[in-house]
Design a protein around this ligand. Structure first.
Ligand SMILES: Cc1ncc(COP(=O)(O)O)c(C=O)c1O
Length: 427
């Protein structure tokens, strides 16, 4: 997504130096073109092998409505994890079966509002069905199945399937779940699975799709259900490290399609629609985080101090996640190992250790953290009085502010201020 010419880093037609001068740092910067291309590539590849294929965007990964708008314009629905994410989808004029509500451990309030929203509700446990039915009988229901096996390239924390995950129905609950839904008068059914996170191996997708199919087909046959859709969730991975082999999307989609088509045909089941709801694959490599070097500390080791703290970008501190780092203007310089930290009073904010970076890095330099479009801004928070970053979208001819930087007043916006505090605030 970035280009480097004479060591100067640009995104589209904009140099990162210009962006930092105009919008400040830390700054999330996204490329409209890259997001669009990622989506179109996924849709085209999948439809080569499975005609009735559609995509939802898991908006949790980057919840700026301007980003979701790009994907919706290309035909995406939205996968929402909460009522507020359903509201975001509605803000973008989506409704009904263009919104998939895949929350987990939902409260009664969530179930009520989810039902009233008209979204497709995708239940994460058998116990949720009677609670949902208190508010009405949905036309269509789906259950998230946890096939008992799961992998992740991000680490154990982000393994969304398998016995250690909190998500989905155990295989031996699936029959009862659909039978209970049928007995309650629900007539239309889908099934959902989230295979894992940042997966780069097509065979893994094939293996877990096979596992899901083996669980659900006998159940749908027994209950005489024509399954309307199979939603294989997200998990399409991107190569964060130079040594990673990118996911072979063609092979992945070909194999998935063949499994579903052959198993449904063998079992004389109508071919369902096939859905996926990726996020990282659309936006992950379409965003960078731009920060500034404030300090070079030569202590027990040499640490580069930046304004990118764990509150701005949580993944390295949270998952020990790798992100490639560039220093603007110095990429061709000789290298040495450095640590990198932010400004928050936690040692986990020493978020990168022993990274080979240009020896000449110094105060005022710009640091570019790559592949931060997914689970970047969306996971950021306010801590130590360090506020949330701004977001900018690069289009063909514009660098457009799509979320302004938080201010001190934003930090106080939910505080019930006393008169004295208000007086002091305006002094
Ligand atoms: C239910 C669900 N669907 C889709 C996604 C998107 O996953 P990814 O970004 O790995 O594609 C997630 C991510 O956590 C999820 O929980």
């Amino acid at each position: 997504m970035i280009t480097i010419k004479n060591d100067e880093i640009s995104i589209g037609n904009f140099r990162v130096r210009e962006l930092s001068e105009k919008f400040g740092t830390p700054l999330y910067v996204y490329s409209e073109e890259k997001i669009k291309n990622n989506f179109i590539k996924t849709l085209k590849t999948a439809r080569k092998y499975y005609k009735n294929f559609n995509l939802f965007y898991a908006i949790k990964a980057c919840n700026n409505p301007h980003i979701a708008r790009i994907l919706i314009n290309e035909g995406a629905g939205i996968d929402a994890a909460s009522i507020n994410e359903i509201k975001l989808a509605k803000l973008l004029e989506l409704k009904g079966n263009k919104i998939m509500f895949s929350g987990n451990f939902l409260s009664d309030e969530d179930l009520k509002e989810g039902y009233e929203s008209g979204a497709i509700i995708n239940l994460d446990d058998i116990s949720l069905l009677p609670r949902l039915l208190k508010y009405g009988t949905p036309n269509i229901i789906s259950f998230r199945v946890n096939p008992g096996y799961g992998e992740s390239n991000v680490g154990e924390w982000v393994t969304n399937a398998g016995p250690k995950a909190k998500f989905g129905l155990k295989p031996n609950h699936v029959l009862d779940a659909y039978r209970n839904a049928q007995n309650a008068g629900i007539k239309r059914f889908g099934v959902h699975m989230m295979p894992g996170s940042c997966l780069l191996d097509p065979d893994y997708f094939h293996k877990i799709t096979n596992m899901l199919i083996k669980i659900i087909i006998p159940i749908f046959k027994e209950l005489n259900i024509d399954i309307e859709f199979i939603n294989l969730g997200g998990g399409l991975g991107i190569p964060y490290e130079k040594k990673d082999t990118p996911l072979d999307l063609d092979k992945t989609m070909k194999g998935i399609s063949e499994i579903i088509i052959s198993k449904c045909t063998q079992n004389k089941l109508k071919l369902p629609a096939l859905y996926m709801e990726p996020a990282r694959y659309f936006v992950g490599d379409a965003g960078i985080l731009l920060g500034k070097v404030h300090t070079i500390k030569r202590s027990y080791s040499t640490i580069i101090g930046t304004d990118i703290s764990m509150n701005t970008f949580a993944r390295p501190a949270m998952y020990d996640a790798y992100h490639h780092i560039y220093i603007d203007g110095k990429e061709s310089h000789p290298r040495q190992k450095f640590g990198i930290c932010g400004q928050v009073c936690e040692n986990t904010d020493y978020w990168c250790r022993n990274r080979k970076l240009p020896k000449t890095v110094g105060e005022g330099d710009l640091i570019v953290v790559s592949d931060t479009g997914a689970y970047g801004y969306g996971m950021s928070y306010e801590y130590n009085g360090r506020l949330k970053a701004a977001e900018v979208l690069i289009t063909k001819d514009e660098a457009k502010l799509i979320r302004r930087r938080e201010t001190f007043n934003d930090m106080l916006k939910n505080v019930e201020l006393s008169n004295e505090m208000i007086k002091n605030l305006t002094k």
